[in-house]
Design a protein around this ligand. Structure first.
Ligand code: 6PG
Length: 245
């Protein structure tokens, strides 16, 4: 299933959820040992537990860091050392603790205008995509890791925003209704260009949003997320929707 009603992986607790997803990610990196493994990471608080876990045994020695390439699914358009920068958070928790070559890390630009930064990031993605002979005609990302807001937003695709209508550009600036910062976000077509789209969601406060998105509630931007390959929900029990009878 490659729509937002995708497959469910339910773990008993937040801790077992993060271990299950770290295990799954290691397995994905072994699928195509000859190729770079491309993953777009999410911001927010939920994935921080995962990023920390990836820097510890048994995972830190199982990931093929040298051939992994890291991207951002979205970021605040702030300097990388700003407290609200997703890249800054991931650098602190993950990149600064594992041997990923610096040239394999692709933060969203933090200088100039948000419009130009979006264009520049898209150019970076296209250059990588078109420059990789192994990639021809295949999805750009191996994994796109997404979170979910209680309002059904994901990445920086917020309800009612013009970016929800974007069907060609891969990266767009947007001004979310609630947050102080302009954002840059991958668009629906960019997220679709993934072998696996993963929603990582935990906590009882997200159960209602998960249920609405899996029921394809059009008011939730996450409902329109699709994948060129698989779409899997990694949930802890409290966030899991009631079993459909
Ligand atoms: C971000 C994320 C955003 C996040 C949700 C859930 O940049 O903040 O892309 O979409 O995944 O807001 O955030 P929590 O994990 O903190 O609940």
């Amino acid at each position: 299933q490659n729509t937002a009603t995708g497959a469910l992986h339910i773990s008993a607790t937040r801790d077992s959820l993060m271990h299950d997803l770290a295990d799954w990610l290691v397995k994905q990196t072994l699928q195509r040992p000859e190729a770079p493994f491309r993953i777009a990471l999410s911001g927010g608080s939920t994935p921080q537990h995962l990023y920390r876990l990836m820097t510890e045994e048994p995972y830190v020695s199982r990931f093929p860091w040298q051939r992994m390439q890291f991207f951002l699914g979205d970021d605040r358009f702030v300097p990388h050392d700003h407290a609200d920068s997703n890249y800054g958070m991931i650098r602190r928790l993950l990149f600064s603790r594992v041997p990923v070559p610096a040239e394999n890390i692709f933060p969203m630009p933090d200088k100039g205008t948000a419009e130009q930064a979006a264009k520049d990031y898209e150019a970076t993605l296209k250059q990588i995509y078109h420059g990789d002979a192994l990639q021809a005609g295949k999805p750009l990302f191996d994994v796109n890791l997404l979170g979910l807001g209680t309002d059904g937003h994901t990445a920086s695709l917020f309800p009612g925003q013009p970016v929800l209508q974007e069907r060609t550009a891969w990266v767009a600036p947007c001004v979310p209704p609630v947050a102080p910062h302009t954002r840059l976000t991958l668009t629906y077509p960019a997220i679709h260009a993934s072998r696996h789209v993963i929603f990582l969601v935990e906590g009882a406060d997200k159960k209602e949003a998960v249920t609405r998105v899996r029921a394809q509630d059009p008011a939730c931007p996450a409902s329109a997320i699709t994948s060129a390959g698989n779409l899997i929900w990694f949930l802890d029990q409290p966030a899991a929707p009631a079993p459909q009878n």
